[in-house]
Design a protein around this ligand. Structure first.
Ligand SMILES: NC(=O)C1=CN([C@@H]2O[C@H](COP(=O)(O)OP(=O)(O)OC[C@H]3O[C@@H](n4cnc5c(N)ncnc54)[C@H](O)[C@@H]3O)[C@@H](O)[C@H]2O)C=CC1
Ligand SMILES: O=C(O)[C@@H]1CCC=N1
Length: 270
């Protein structure tokens, strides 16, 4: 296999999102990317869509690439790592792991001698609107750290956090798109309940969530200030908010993050 700069082990949803954006932005050429996945159908899609090299052999990725994105399920980690040998080169590859819950210490044990970065991106990465938190291992050089930042910057915003915060990040921004998708779907259902056509209701719900996010971001507003601005005395919004409070929306979201945090910790042990 020709020399590759960037390798991906696990060409699923997140692996593909990263590959697509890195190529789109010219950070890597297709010929410099190699992806391993046991599913022939995934390899076909990735090769034909992006022109990247594909293989079913994870060792071939490790042997060829200077930087390896690990994008398998956390439950697969021990089995995948056990089959890999560190290539005999001056500098072992830089490992970028996006596995939920898996701590740096475990990655550094499974990939002994490698420089390791633990990252948590999220699905808006697919459209370049993601946010990725990074926790950087002790043996990662300044150049490797910049490289990790540049790779994840191709899919959105990058923040560095202490590793102790990574399970919390996973529970909030990693899983968050799932929570918000549920909110959007429910808002659209509400629109349908009061007579809107489904397509109109969904378009309005998406635009409302998107616009509110932009306003909070660009306007640098506290959410409570925005809520107060929308809420006319005796008006419609306070009637809706009273129903949300009665339904326990806030505590449901807090508990969602708490439950996901617990699950992230469990996955790290699996
Ligand atoms: N989906 C999400 O929103 C996010 C996922 N993550 C993390 O990203 C990782 C991947 O998640 P997804 O892309 O959603 O999963 P996915 O199921 O779409 O992708 C996993 C890929 O790994 C491949 N695979 C299975 N066994 C393998 C092996 N032995 N060697 C190489 N490849 C193998 C599968 O065929 C599949 O294509 C997980 O660890 C998850 O925690 C992180 C942030 C967000
Ligand atoms: O559900 C999961 O486990 C992954 C990690 C964060 C988002 N999806």
């Amino acid at each position: 296999m020709p020399e590759a700069t960037f390798g991906v082990i696990g060409g699923g949803m997140m692996g593909e999102a990263l590959i697509a954006r890195l190529l789109d932005q010219g950070i890597f050429e297709p010929g410099a990317v190699v992806v391993s996945d046991p599913q022939a159908a995934r390899r076909e899609v990735l090769h034909h869509t992006y022109g990247v090299q594909t293989t079913s052999d994870n060792q071939a990725v490790v042997d060829a690439a200077e930087t390896v994105l690990l994008a398998i399920k956390p439950q697969m980690l021990s089995a995948v790592a056990a089959d890999l040998e560190t290539p005999a080169r001056e500098q072992p590859p830089l490992l970028l792991s996006i596995l939920a819950g898996v701590p740096l210490a475990r990655l550094e044990k499974e990939f002994s001698g490698w420089a390791v970065v633990r990252a948590m991106p999220n699905t808006p990465a697919t459209v370049g609107a993601g946010v990725t938190a990074l926790a950087v291992g002790e043996t990662v050089s300044a150049t490797q750290r910049e490289q990790a930042r540049a790779i994840f910057a191709s899919v959105g915003t990058v923040v560095e956090v202490p590793e102790s915060q990574m399970d919390a990040v996973t529970a909030l921004s990693g899983s968050g798109p799932g929570y918000i998708a549920l909110v959007v779907e429910a808002l659209a259902d509400g629109g349908v309940a009061v007579g809107l056509p489904r397509a109109t209701a969904l378009e309005l719900a998406i635009a409302t969530v998107r616009g509110t996010g932009e306003l909070l971001h660009q306007g640098d507003l506290h959410p409570a200030v925005l809520k107060d601005r929308v809420t006319s005395p005796g008006g419609t919004t306070i009637a809706g908010i009273a129903a949300l409070e009665a339904g326990g929306l806030r505590s449901a979201l807090i508990e969602a993050v708490r439950s996901a945090y617990v699950r992230s910790k469990e996955l790290g042990q699996s």
